[in-house]
Write a protein that binds this ligand. Structure first.
Ligand code: BTN
Length: 342
């Protein structure tokens, strides 16, 4: 039985592991010999019937478990080598981000699924898929999400904050992305407001969607796609898109997710406490646009500005050619470099 408790912010804090995960842990620790249902039951303090139920459920999820009557169970392998929520959760150091995972081999869009379960899900629940057949990008574009190329996931959040502050969450995710990549030895920058850039090309994007009543946020879904192993890109985007592999970095999917969840939780908790400072310092220090002339593209309009700063709410302060400073709010706008993508 999962024993989740509410903390003082009414946020659920999870016991690190469900009993099914604990059964799996025991099987993983005992791959050289059978382990009896009785021993597992004593170790976990749950009934043998529950163990049997968990074993069956694990088998359905692709774990190959041999059961020998009178001897016990042994984990012999997995029916495929895709990542599972168990492997991600093992070694995950967060309190709530990623502690509930819905893992798919294929899905239309993790954002669409996350929105469909958001109301009944705990804060920090994550939807991950190996591929998306209708991956969504910003401004109605498609996000190409092929199997074995990237990681596609969405985080469900239920912050008790004024609606005005919600758009900053995209930037919290961007900052968390850059700092987790840094932890893994990868230097990246943020093209304001939320594209992750390596060597001038986009490797990851963030799509944040919100459902709110007039004065209260019901939920926010932060969807992230990162190109890890792509070798080729379609002609139309190859000058501006890349992958970590193409830029010389081989990053493990599971390690990336675990590191990202920790970094995101860290910055998100500060954000909930009303502290934007930590995210802002990453956004400013790792900006691909600050102190540069760039184009701001808003629909058919394209204006040249000097990107001066990012204000404390995450808006871009842009100096126009007449010297006026304009505050650019995140939204349906894009930024481009004068000569190249950025
Ligand atoms: C962008 O245009 O830069 C945003 C791309 C966001 C893609 C991610 S992949 C996971 C999640 N599910 C989606 O359908 N989109 C987001």
């Amino acid at each position: 039985m999962e024993e989740n408790k509410k903390d003082t912010n009414n946020r659920t804090s999870f016991n690190k592991k469900t009993s099914k995960e604990q059964v799996l842990d025991i099987l993983i620790e005992n791959t050289s010999r059978h382990i009896s249902g009785e021993t597992i039951s004593q170790q976990l303090g749950i009934s043998r019937a529950s163990i049997w139920k968990h074993i069956n459920s694990l088998k359905k999820e692709g774990f190959e478990i041999e059961s020998k009557s009178g001897i016990g169970y042994i984990l012999t392998g997995k029916t495929d080598d895709s990542l599972t929520s168990y492997e991600i959760k093992r070694g995950l150091e967060t309190n709530f981000i990623g502690q509930n995972i819905e893992y798919f081999k294929s899905i239309d869009s993790t954002n669409i699924f996350a929105k469909s379960i958001a109301l009944k899900s705990d804060e920090g629940s994550v939807v991950i898929s190996d591929e998306q057949v209708s991956g969504k990008g910003r401004t109605g574009r498609e996000w190409i999400s092929k199997r074995d190329e990237g990681v596609y996931f969405s985080i469900i959040l239920k912050p008790n904050i004024p609606i005005m502050r919600a758009s900053f969450l995209t930037q919290v995710a961007g900052a968390a992305m850059v700092s987790s990549l840094k932890k893994m030895g990868v230097e990246s920058l943020i093209k304001w407001p939320n594209d992750i850039i390596i060597n001038g090309k986009k490797v990851a994007g963030i799509l944040t969607e919100m459902s709110a009543e007039i004065d209260r946020i019901s939920y926010i879904v932060v969807g992230i796609g990162i190109n890890l192993y792509n070798e080729n890109f379609d002609k139309e985007i190859e000058s501006k898109a890349s992958s970590l592999k193409k830029e010389g970095y081989i990053i493990d999917k599971k390690e990336f997710l675990q590191t990202f969840f920790s970094e995101f939780e860290n910055l998100y908790k500060k954000f909930l406490d009303g502290e934007n400072k930590s995210t802002l310092s990453i956004l400013r220090e790792k900006s691909a646009v600050l102190n540069k002339y760039v184009y701001i593209i808003d629909g058919n309009q394209k204006i040249k500005v000097y990107a001066k700063n990012i204000d404390e709410n995450g808006n871009l302060l842009a100096e126009k050619e007449n010297g006026n400073i304009e505050t650019i709010f995140t939204g349906e706008i894009s930024i481009r470099g004068l000569e190249s993508y950025i």
